[in-house]
Design a protein around this ligand. Structure first.
Ligand code: ATP
Ligand code: MG
Length: 424
């Protein structure tokens, strides 16, 4: 996976504490920092050639973000510090550089073609580089900046679906790339928060792409799969077909909207609505027995009210249907709905809503599963939740990035080769 624009740092520079170095001699440390709307999650991975061990995790409530975007720098910095300190204690080392996730509906994703003339000679590394540059030379709005340029495939004359055109001969070389852009101010604010918290940002990664690294299997990406990360403030979609990314989309709705609807609908404080959602929530109200009653705290000193669980679930279902139908419509609009034969993988905290899989299968008419972080060792219990998928995915992404760097001496072409070698 390739990223070009955003201040990439030079090296992963964590400082192991005395007494812990021995255990980590064989692996490098890679740190993922998921700055979410509801929580900050810092995941420390010890990465090896073929494995990732989670050696430390820290989480802290997030209070400075709205819909994935920083709205209060100081509060966000405090939350980051807390999560990082906890992760440092858990891992037994000091952390200094991180891979950071970015989300929010300021993010735009689109496909762009590039074409260059080869004139019948052999395709060299600089040709591949040039065709990528041609593909990314697109007009984007002034306040946006590119955060990812992800090669999808190449064509040499009439030969399509080429993964690596190096050494081939032809008249022209064509590529398609998926470009992801983000609002400059949002990117800048994330950098500022991390730097103020004493962290160097090695790279900024679209959260759905990070989550895909943690939870999707190569065969799913080959067959076609939609990764849906439903967090607190945003719903992030990334679609993969034929082993490569095809589409990304950000929707500014998430678990907070469900909680807020409950709070307004049942006239109960937000924190009570949150608890009721987690304890009694469900995505399908017809599964709830009509006579089940729950105590709903009221605002002020009044006695709790009795409300049937069905009423509570009706409210949640309405919002969940809205979110999933928006995603379904987006899949239809981008022309990929009938290409995702591997179905839909839902992750993020809202994936924990009971019976969400059943509701999503009804709406998408596709197989659906919940995505947990996979293919990791170490402290797996601490991250075995859809809430930690992005944090773990950032570690996986960082590891891939390091492998690419080694493989390619930092050349873009080499990283693309690695991208195709590893499917993603
Ligand atoms: N058991 C549960 N049932 C329903 N919702 C849940 C449950 N547990 C957590 N959630 C919801 O998950 C959401 C938080 O998910 P997550 O931690 O993935 O969000 P985030 O990464 O902080 O936010 P974002 O990615 O949108 O910026 C909250 O809205 C929370 O209410
Ligand atoms: Mg998230």
């Amino acid at each position: 996976m390739d990223e070009i624009e955003v201040n990439p740092g030079e090296e992963v520079g964590q400082k192991p504490k005395k007494g812990h170095q021995e255990e980590r001699e064989s692996g490098d440390l890679v740190v993922g920092l998921d700055i979410g709307t509801t929580k900050i999650c810092c995941v420390v991975g010890e990465v090896f050639e073929d494995a990732v061990d989670i050696i430390g995790v820290g989480t802290a409530p997030s209070v400075g973000l709205k819909k994935g975007v920083v709205v209060n720098i100081e509060s966000t910095v405090q939350s980051i510090r807390k999560a990082v300190r906890q992760a440092e204690e858990s891992a037994g080392c000091d952390l200094s550089s991180v891979y950071v996730g970015i989300a929010g509906n300021h993010i735009k994703g689109f496909n762009s073609p590039g074409i260059i003339a080869i004139n019948g000679r052999e395709i060299k590394e600089n040709d591949v580089e040039d065709v990528i540059v041609a593909a990314r030379t697109v007009k984007i709005s002034e306040n946006q900046q590119i955060i990812h340029v992800l090669p999808q495939e190449y064509m040499v004359d009439d030969h399509t679906e080429i993964q690596n055109p190096l050494g081939m001969t032809g008249v022209r070389l064509v590529t398609n790339v998926h470009i992801v852009t983000a609002d400059m101010a949002a990117v800048h604010n994330l950098y500022t928060c991390c730097n103020k918290a004493g962290l160097e940002v090695l790279d900024m990664v679209l959260e759905s792409i990070a989550s895909a690294h943690a939870t999707l299997r190569p065969d799913e990406m080959e067959l076609g799969v939609a990764l849906l990360d439903i967090g607190g403030g945003t719903t992030d979609l990334a679609v993969f077909c034929d082993g490569t990314i095809r589409h990304t989309c950000e929707i500014g709705l998430g678990g907070h909207n469900l909680t807020n609807d409950l709070s307004v609908g049942l006239r109960t404080p937000l924190q009570d609505a949150e608890r009721l959602k987690e304890d009694y929530g469900c995505a399908i109200s017809s599964l709830i027995k009509p006579n089940l009653v729950v105590d709903v705290p009221t605002v002020g000193d009044r006695e709790p009210r009795k409300v049937t669980q069905k009423v509570l679930v009706d409210i949640l279902q309405a919002r969940m249907v809205e979110i999933l139908e928006m995603v379904n419509q987006d899949l239809i609009n981008c022309g990929l709905k009938n290409k995702i034969n591997g179905g839909v993988v839902i992750t993020g905290g809202t994936a924990l809503l009971a019976n969400l899989v059943d509701l999503a299968e009804q709406i998408f008419d596709l197989p659906v599963r919940i995505g947990y972080p996979t293919q990791i060792g170490g402290k797996t219990n601490e991250v075995h939740t859809p809430r930690c998928t992005t944090g773990v995915g950032l570690v996986m992404y960082g590891r891939q990035h390091q492998v690419d760097k080694r493989y390619s001496d930092s050349s873009m072409v080499g990283r693309m080769k690695e991208w195709f070698r590893k499917i993603m």
